[in-house]
Design a protein around this ligand. Structure first.
Ligand code: UDP
Ligand code: MG
Length: 326
């Protein structure tokens, strides 16, 4: 874009180039290291950047560390503090709302994702205007084989079930243009599933591989059940195919029952003997009971979400905002 007016030129110089959105939940030991790593990384770059930290209701000293980091302003820093833990997805949403950069990066606070990669992502966005998003996917995962298998199965299953296609192993570690941020913000759903949201909004995405480092300090907030719930949230949030499956399995069972009825009548007519059916009845009762409960569960998942959404509750509540621009 060409600027020939002095005022506009100043605007361009001062305009924020990159906003890094960093959700933090009990990351007291990582915040300073993260900021230092970011400053070191972008030291030689000729553009400015800001860091938006979201304190997601941490129970350790995260907020007080963030406050001192804000007071120092070694680089432009904004801090959003939630009234309680609302989850990473809510944190990302809040960060996007406050981001003023031309490019916005989503990155974790634990230094598993290096700021150097963000620099490369910005480089790609600068040089390749055909891309709007640069997303990093993990090329080598340092996870156990069971977890690896479960994650792979999740991508396979959900890509079959969902109306969108998700790139396997691509997380929310990505950098994108302002228009993408606006599109994400326009999806105001309460149950947020960022992998699905990214696939749903579209845009041209460039995928680059990266290797996740070990956590600098602290522990991961994920466990098996959390991942499981997250996966179900994703499928329910982005597809109504499970409802269709419930309908079809009902029809299929009814059809099978009809066939069996014919078999029973024929047996009776041909052989004339009473048909002992104790075991069959028990099995069928259990099978049908299980099927019905499962289908009610599936319907319940959707109604529950509709109920949650109909309350129009905010995605998060802030307790405090420290913004150098305000
Ligand atoms: N996080 C958050 N709220 C939560 C859980 C996690 O803001 O309720 C943040 C956390 O501080 C970190 C990022 O989300 O910056 C990723 O979390 P974590 O490292 O536990 O996930 P993993 O890297 O193991 O997938
Ligand atoms: Mg992590």
């Amino acid at each position: 874009m060409e600027y020939n007016n002095n005022n506009q030129h100043r605007l361009r110089v001062n305009a924020m180039k990159l906003s890094m959105v960093v959700p933090c939940y009990n990351e007291e030991e990582n915040i300073r290291s993260f900021q230092d790593a970011a400053i070191r990384t972008f030291d030689g770059c000729d553009y400015n950047f800001e860091i938006i930290f979201i304190d997601d209701g941490s129970t350790d000293r995260t907020l007080s560390v963030l406050k001192s980091v804000y007071a120092e302003q070694k680089c432009p820093v904004k801090v959003i503090s939630f009234s309680r833990n609302f989850g990473k997805e809510a944190g990302l949403y809040a960060g996007l709302q406050r981001a003023s950069g031309e490019y916005i990066a989503l990155i974790d606070a634990d230094l598993q994702q290096r700021p150097e990669i963000v620099r490369d992502m910005v480089e790609i966005l600068e040089t390749k205007p055909e891309y709007d998003i640069v997303a990093a996917y993990q090329d080598r995962r340092g996870e156990g084989s069971i977890l690896k298998f479960l994650k792979k199965s999740f991508y396979k299953l959900s890509n079959k079930l969902m109306d969108i296609t998700m790139q396997a192993d691509a997380s929310d570690f990505r950098t994108f243009r302002k228009c993408v941020a606006e599109s994400i913000l326009s999806l105001g759903e309460y149950h947020r599933f960022s992998k699905g949201i990214f696939a749903w909004i579209g845009y041209n995405t460039c995928y680059i591989p990266y290797t996740a480092c070990e956590r600098a300090a602290g522990t991961t907030k994920w466990n098996f059940w959390k991942l499981m719930n997250y996966a179900i949230d994703g499928i329910i949030g982005f597809s109504t195919k499970p409802l269709r499956i419930a309908t079809f399995s009902g029809m299929l069972t009814a059809f099978a029952a009809l066939l069996y009825l014919i078999v029973v009548i024929l047996q009776k007519l041909i052989t004339g003997i009473d048909i002992p059916g104790y075991a069959t009845i028990i099995v069928l009762i259990l099978f049908l009971g299980g099927m019905q409960l499962m289908c009610i569960g599936i319907i319940g998942e959707y109604t529950g979400r509709a109920f949650e959404q109909s309350k129009h509750r905010p995605i998060y509540i802030t307790r405090e905002i420290l913004d150098y621009e305000a």
